[in-house]
Design a protein around this ligand. Structure first.
Ligand code: B12
Ligand code: SF4
Ligand code: SF4
Length: 361
């Protein structure tokens, strides 16, 4: 439990992150910033904040899927039912009982409003923000997922948790794309979680090879944290991992049309990207797999109605050394660029991120 004004530095820190452009294309992060950094601006009647963390720990090695390049690696949090629904249900239950007993008003949020959940959770004593910026708990490592309950009741506050990262920098060194310009700072534009989930267009070329077979999200910086030694698999039945999402074969994923995508990922966080963005990611993984038996999947997707998918099919086939002649009538300019890059690999396309955030020394 904490107070709405527990972290006075929030407006300044959020402003610095946005000013550096580290939010990339997440324009919604730059909207309602006063409310996001100031809980009392979001709801003037709020007097206390209860932060909740649910243990969503994996039941095995979270990075095991990276070892098999013929399969897609999906982040731990997305291999199961959408946590937003699960946590919101629990918050409503808890909040309803609390409101009735305390005679206070409540509002509950799980990413449904401008709220900065990690610093509030740290202020409420759930853990501390590690150098990868994610909340680390002494008990659950960095596998807690968070939710917030704002209330008009004046509650006693908890002590904030101190920083226990010490000299460790494993998460910073594990990042395959150098997304941390400094400890505690993340440049989302270089983060594979952002690029595979939030980013709408073609993934900038410099990140395609480092993506490997990650088709949705990334857990590398989380998985290496030594505090995970105290973590256990989630005991929440509604967050149990779905076996079919642990490491699905790329050949299977490459065949999903819109309806099959929605059927397969209904109720999971993966539905967020939509089929075309997901197939974009799958095709990059196909290119990186180096497996000629997957070339047929990419060839078929050269004819896909989505330019995003066609463009990545070109890239995948070029990487597999199986590029056919370019069609004379490609209508989409982005796909034409992919063809010309693939045919003239020496010509470097300027990255929109050139110079943005380097791997820390
Ligand atoms: C936007 C967002 C993203 C973006 C940007 C991530 C980011 N670090 O900001 C992207 C798409 C990249 C992303 C990725 C992931 N996300 Co996300 N994301 C969010 C979201 C919606 C907002 C985060 C935010 O406010 N960012 C703005 C920045 C400015 O805030 P900040 O990260 O706290 O930054 C702080 C530091 O810069 C710090 N700072 C600056 N200088 C200094 C100096 C010192 C000494 C210190 C201590 C701090 C400090 O001050 C800032 C304010 O606290 C939250 C949900 C929510 N509403 O809070 C989920 C959330 C953070 N995500 C979550 C998860 C699980 C992930 C992924 C693990 C998913 C995955 N496996 O692919 C990755 C992790 C990547 C990473 N290393 O962060 C969970 C994290 C749970 C936890 N234990 O903390 C959250 C809380 C969702 C939830 N409800 O559980 N995410
Ligand atoms: S989620 Fe992956 S890409 Fe993003 S910061 Fe962590 S290790 Fe780097
Ligand atoms: S890996 Fe090390 S530096 Fe990173 S959050 Fe964990 S303890 Fe902190």
């Amino acid at each position: 439990m904490t107070r709405p004004d527990a972290v006075p530095a929030l407006p300044e820190r959020l402003a610095a992150w946005l000013a550096a452009g580290h939010h990339g294309g997440m324009a919604w992060m730059a909207e309602r910033t006063a409310e996001r950094a100031g809980p009392a601006r979001l709801w003037p009647a709020v007097r206390s904040i209860v932060m909740l963390g649910i243990n969503a720990g994996p039941d095995g090695d979270p990075l095991a899927a990276l070892q098999d390049s013929s399969r897609g690696a999906i982040a731990v949090y997305a291999r199961r039912r959408d946590y937003h629904d699960v946590i919101k249900g629990k918050l409503k239950e808890l909040g309803g009982a609390f409101a009735a007993k305390a005679g206070a008003e409540i509002k509950v949020f799980v990413d449904t409003a401008p709220v900065m959940e990690k610093p509030l959770a740290a202020a409420a004593g759930l853990g501390w923000q590690g150098k990868h910026s994610v909340l680390v708990s002494r008990d659950a490592g960095n596998w807690l997922l968070l939710g917030a309950l704002y209330t008009t009741a004046a509650l006693p506050v908890d002590e904030p948790e101190g920083d226990h990262c010490g000299r460790c920098r494993r998460c910073l060194d594990a990042c395959p794309t150098g997304a941390f310009p400094a400890p505690y700072r993340l440049d989302a534009r270089r983060c594979l979680a952002y690029l595979t989930i939030e980013h709408a267009g073609p993934i900038p070329e410099e990140f395609r090879v480092p993506m490997g077979n990650r088709v949705f999200g990334c857990d590398d910086c989380l998985a290496v944290c030594p505090w995970n030694k105290f973590a256990v698999a989630t005991r929440e039945a509604r967050l149990a991992a779905r076996a079919d999402l642990a490491a699905p074969p790329l050949a299977e994923l490459a065949r999903l049309d819109d309806a099959a995508f929605r059927r397969r990922f209904a109720g999971t966080p993966i539905k967020r990207t939509g089929r075309d963005r997901f197939l974009r990611n799958v095709l990059i993984a196909v290119g990186n797999a180096g497996d000629q038996s997957l070339a047929g999947e990419a060839e078929r997707l050269l004819e896909d109605p989505s330019p995003l998918v066609r463009g990545m099919a070109v890239w995948a086939l070029a990487r597999l050394g199986r590029l056919p002649p370019a069609p004379p009538d490609e209508p989409d300019p982005d796909v034409r660029v992919e063809w010309s890059r693939a045919k003239n690999p020496g010509v470097q396309r300027a990255s929109p991120l050139a110079g943005a955030g380097r791997r820390p020394a």
